[in-house]
Ligand binder design. Structure first.
Ligand SMILES: NC(=O)c1ccc[n+]([C@@H]2O[C@H](COP(=O)([O-])OP(=O)(O)OC[C@H]3O[C@@H](n4cnc5c(N)ncnc54)[C@H](OP(=O)(O)O)[C@@H]3O)[C@@H](O)[C@H]2O)c1
Length: 265
């Protein structure tokens, strides 16, 4: 069970439907989009640690857990499109990343799949990928061949663009992929809800342009330490980013806190 801490305090509820009840796909005003991010972090602010076996940063196994994954799926369930990075696709190609969902795969999540159908949403969210290099393995794209894939890039490498287009990808080129460009492109493509699942670079890109609306943050009550680590933001920000807490739930079964914030200021 979850114990609500804010805005109501002391009520208990099941984990299931805690986020699905938010109807994030209907929150943006007409002609706008709601962009929301989601991370699981340790108490010392690590979202990724260097994994010697993989040879790169990865979500620490000691904090990843099924209850957080359930809410990750509920957030994906409400998305028109998932916003991710080319590096994620490179990891996917080498089986180093968690699969790019499908939402509702497996009995445990069948209710989310059904919920999407009833809401009139596509079976799976589309996928938007950010990349400067266009180094996106075509084999990884096959894993999302059931969805529209859009790549936003600063690259002018026409050979790579053509290869992606031949694979059915829509490639949109710009001088620099800024948060404003991402947001405007989502609006132009008439998406109403975009779920950002990438790491600190994409997050920083959006934050610098004040282009991200909400943050779903799971804080796992664990210290991880380490020196080769990643946090939620990895660049200098033009100014401190203040956040307003919208809700908080204590998960006593896994010793973690589920928080929802709005970016303000
Ligand atoms: N704990 C969590 O909840 C959580 C959540 C997400 C990710 N993570 C972890 O964080 C680590 C990093 O994740 P990530 O690689 O997905 O994230 P990232 O650091 O946000 O993205 C890196 C890649 O995205 C592309 N990119 C980012 N910003 C761009 C921009 N403004 N313009 C064009 N391309 C841009 C670049 O691709 P190119 O190199 O192709 O140019 C870059 O290499 C991973 O280990 C992941 O497992 C943890």
């Amino acid at each position: 069970m979850l114990q609500s801490l804010f805005p109501q305090c002391g009520q208990t509820q099941t984990l299931e439907s805690t986020y699905l009840a938010l109807n994030l796909h209907q929150q943006a005003v007409k002609g706008d989009v709601l962009i929301y991010a989601n991370y699981i972090t340790s108490l010392d602010g690590r979202i990724a640690l260097f994994d010697d076996a993989l040879g790169e940063l990865a979500v620490p196994k000691s904090i990843a857990n099924g209850r957080d994954w359930r809410l990750y799926q509920e957030l994906a369930g409400q998305a028109d499109v998932m916003l991710t990075s080319a590096r994620y696709f490179r990891q996917l190609a080498e089986d180093k990343a968690q699969d790019l969902l499908p939402v509702g795969s497996g009995d445990k999540y069948a209710d989310i799949k059904l919920w999407r159908e009833r809401q009139g949403l596509k079976a799976q969210p589309d996928v938007m990928v950010l990349s400067n290099t266009l180094d996106i393995p075509l084999a990884a794209l096959e894993k999302v061949s059931d969805r529209q894939v859009i790549v936003l890039t600063s690259s002018q490498d026409e050979a790579k663009v053509e290869a992606l287009e031949r694979a059915g990808v829509q490639v949109l080129q710009t001088g620099e992929v800024t948060g404003s460009f991402i947001r405007q492109t989502l609006i132009d493509l008439q998406y109403r809800s975009a779920y950002m699942i990438a790491g600190p670079q994409v997050h920083s890109t959006l934050m610098q342009a004040k282009a991200v609306d909400e943050l779903f943050l799971t804080t796992h009550f664990t210290f991880l330490g380490g020196t080769k680590v990643s946090g939620l933001v990895d660049v200098d920000l033009p100014q401190a980013q203040h956040m307003k807490l919208l809700s908080a739930y204590l998960d006593t079964e896994e010793q973690q806190l589920f928080q929802r914030f709005r970016y303000v200021g």
